[in-house]
Structure formats: structure tokens, C-alpha cells
Design a protein around this ligand. Structure first.
Ligand SMILES: [Ca+2]
Ligand SMILES: [Ca+2]
Length: 266
């Protein structure tokens, strides 16, 4: 799954023009709106994209002032669904990420949903609508950048990682869906995965054969950092999970891609 997410982000790198073109194609297809919030539809999402480009949020953290007012979903049983946000919100994101967040074998969608007054949140949607969302950061022009979703500590449950305010707070947060809520289980400061104006989110989740790891950068964008989530109760972990950060060398040209592909030379 981590590799799939990498490819998804690679496609996102094709640029917003391409995504707008894709949206125009999708717009020709019949759509239905999910029946309200609830997130209790366990049919897999097999494709997702943003729609309704809008300039109603003056942030431009991803390089232009175009964000998205709608999320389009296609389900395994052939439905095409539309989640349209109120005008006080946008999807402030590169592309939706498909991931099985609750471990039932069917993918949900992870997105960055921003309130124009309260800033960003991390949200999970399925065919039934909103499944869960982290609290909005609390101020406009405050953003977060997803890292990825995987069973990061090997306990069989999926975690979602993101960098809270990658230009300010620079805090890696790991959350897990339980009881209809996203609970934070670990966090560590001093990392980032985005520079203001970049169209893409850098790094992500990799698995080099010893379990998923999060690939990030130091705040100065000079060092590559690899983060692992320790199992709760493991050695040195106390009663809660913790994050171990390892320096993976300089952020020289091409090295971030090499580290993501497990090809880094120390
Ligand atoms: Ca699922
Ligand atoms: Ca886990």
C-alpha cells in the first residue's frame, strides 16, 4: 500500500492542469450524493478525485490559489458519488489517498479538509460520507500535509501519519481510527514534508522489508529523516507508542527518491 500511495502522489505531480482536465471528464458521468454523513458504508472506494475548483480560500500553500470544493468517489459496486463541501470549506490537498483505514479490507479516502476560518484538518471519507476528522487547527492559513497510511507499528491496525503545520509547528502526528474518531497515538517535533509553494508533498511511507517507515525532512530541508513508530509497550516505549527518528543523510539531488525506493547509500 505504501508504494501505491507513492504512485498516487507521482500522478499528482503531473500538475493541476491535468487534474482539472480529469475533473472535466468525470463531470460527464452521472453522480449521486452520499446520503448524509455517517461513514457506515463499507463498500471499497476504488477511485477518487477532487472537483469543483475554487479560489474561495486565499492561502495558495500548494503554489496557486485553486483549491477544491468537491470530492468524487467511485465504489467497488460501480457507484459514482459526490461529496460537495459547504462554501466555508475546501479540500486543500494534492490528491485524495486511498487506504484501508479501518482494516476491513475496503479502502476509504484520506484528504486534507480546510475550514476557511479554522484552517486544516485530516479527514477520512467513505461511500457513506465523512467517517472521521481531526479537529481543525484553529486558525486560517494553517495547514497539514499527510505522510501516508499503513500499519506503522505492526500491531495489525492501520495508522495515519501527517505533519501538522509543516512550515511552523513541524510536528509529525500519528493517528488511528477507533470508535468513529481519529485518536492521536504518537507525535514528535522537528520534521517537515513541504515547503511553502511546492505543488507536492515530499517523502511518504516506504517499506524496505522491515515494516513501514515514514520518510521526512528536517526543518532546514537539508537532511532526510526516517521515522518509525514503536509498538506500544515495546522496549523503551513505556505505556504509549513512540516515534524514533533516524538521520538518513543529506538531502542531495535525487536522494529523497532513492531513500523512498530503499536505494539510499549511507
Ligand atoms: Ca476500510
Ligand atoms: Ca498499527
Amino acid at each position: 500500500m505504501p508504494r501505491g500511495r507513492d504512485r498516487s502522489e507521482g500522478r499528482a505531480a503531473a500538475g493541476r492542469g491535468a487534474r482539472i482536465a480529469a475533473w472535466l471528464l468525470v463531470a460527464l458521468m452521472p453522480l449521486a450524493t452520499p446520503a448524509g454523513a455517517g461513514g457506515d458504508d463499507d463498500v471499497a472506494i476504488v477511485a477518487a478525485g477532487f472537483g469543483d475548483p475554487t479560489t474561495r480560500y486565499d492561502h495558495a500553500i500548494l503554489g496557486d490559489d485553486i483549491e477544491w470544493g468537491a470530492l468524487r468517489l467511485r465504489t467497488a459496486d460501480g457507484r459514482r458519488l459526490l461529496v460537495r463541501l459547504p462554501t466555508s470549506r475546501v479540500f486543500e490537498d494534492t490528491a485524495p489517498r486511498l487506504a484501508d483505514v479501518d482494516g476491513d479490507g475496503a479502502a476509504e479516502v484520506i484528504v486534507v479538509e480546510t475550514d476557511l476560518s479554522l484552517g486544516a484538518s485530516l479527514a477520512v471519507y467513505d461511500a457513506g460520507g465523512l467517517v472521521a476528522r481531526t479537529p481543525f487547527i484553529g486558525r486560517p492559513h494553517r495547514w497539514l500535509a499527510p505522510v501516508g497510511a499503513a500499519d506503522l507499528d505492526g500491531d495489525g491496525r492501520v495508522e495515519i501519519a501527517y505533519v501538522d503545520r509543516p512550515h511552523l509547528l513541524r510536528r509529525l502526528r500519528v493517528v488511528r481510527l477507533a470508535g468513529g474518531r481519529l485518536h492521536e497515538i504518537a507525535a514528535i517535533d522537528g520534521v517537515t514534508n513541504h515547503r511553502i509553494g511546492d505543488r507536492d508533498i515530499s517523502g511518504g511511507v516506504r517499506d524496505c522489508g522491515t515494516g513501514p517507515e515514514m520518510v521526512l525532512l528536517d526543518p532546514g530541508w537539508r537532511r532526510i529523516l526516517v521515522a518509525r513508530l514503536r509498538p506500544a509497550g515495546g522496549e523503551g516505549a513505556g505505556t504509549s507508542a513512540g516515534i524514533v527518528l533516524v538521520d538518513a543523510g543529506p538531502n542531495a539531488p535525487g536522494r529523497l527518491a532513492a531513500v523512498m525506493a530503499c536505494r539510499e547509500a549511507r
